[in-house]
Design a protein around this ligand. Structure first.
Ligand code: ATP
Ligand code: MG
Length: 162
């Protein structure tokens, strides 16, 4: 069963922290699809995920030009993918994504709509919406399995109540 929760981030620091809390509960093979406009906070959230996986977030930069960045020094390998520039499935396959997404470690995908055919059915989803200058509403669709319960518990202070 999928659990849907809405969290409110009031600042870049909040988005980083919510990402970190999610990163702490991720396990091998998890794929996170991050949807939202330019500047919504997807890359910042990925820095948080990295931090929760034990990777120094200072090293995590947007892979807009490289498509994929891989970090091997955390609790699990972390693949950070930005599909913004991929127009076709062939381009995504040429970039090697078929052999990366969901195959090992954790994959976080920005602009997942551009690589939808490569995403597994069991994909975690986070959608970002602007809410004022520094406000963001983060909508999560996560499996309601025990592994995620610490995340549901730890992020309670960000619940929108809606
Ligand atoms: N609450 C917030 N959460 C996240 N980012 C915020 C927030 N408030 C302001 N910002 C700013 O918004 C920008 C978000 O940039 P980021 O690169 O994470 O967006 P993105 O969704 O990855 O964009 P792109 O689609 O271009 O890759 C940063 O400059 C950040 O400081
Ligand atoms: Mg980005």
């Amino acid at each position: 069963m999928t659990t849907r929760i809405l969290l409110r981030s009031g600042s870049p620091a909040d988005t980083l922290e919510i990402g970190r809390l999610l990163g702490e509960v991720l396990s091998d093979g998890d794929v996170i699809a991050l949807t939202g406009d330019l500047g919504a906070g997807k890359t910042l959230f990925c820095k948080g995920i990295a931090s929760g996986l034990g990777i120094d977030p200072a090293f995590v930069a947007s892979p807009t030009f490289t498509i994929v960045s891989e970090y091997a020094d955390g609790r699990l390998p972390f693949h950070h993918i930005d599909a913004w520039r991929l127009a076709t499935l062939d381009e995504a396959i040429s970039a090697g994504l078929e052999d990366i997404i969901g195959v090992g470690g954790v994959s976080a995908v920005e602009w997942p709509e551009n690589v939808s055919k490569l995403l597994p059915n069991r994909c975690l989803r986070v959608t970002f919406q602007h809410s004022g200058t520094e406000g963001r509403i983060l909508s999560f669709e996560l499996p309601n399995i025990p592994g995620f319960h610490p995340f549901f518990e730890n992020c309670k202070r960000y619940l929108t109540g809606g």
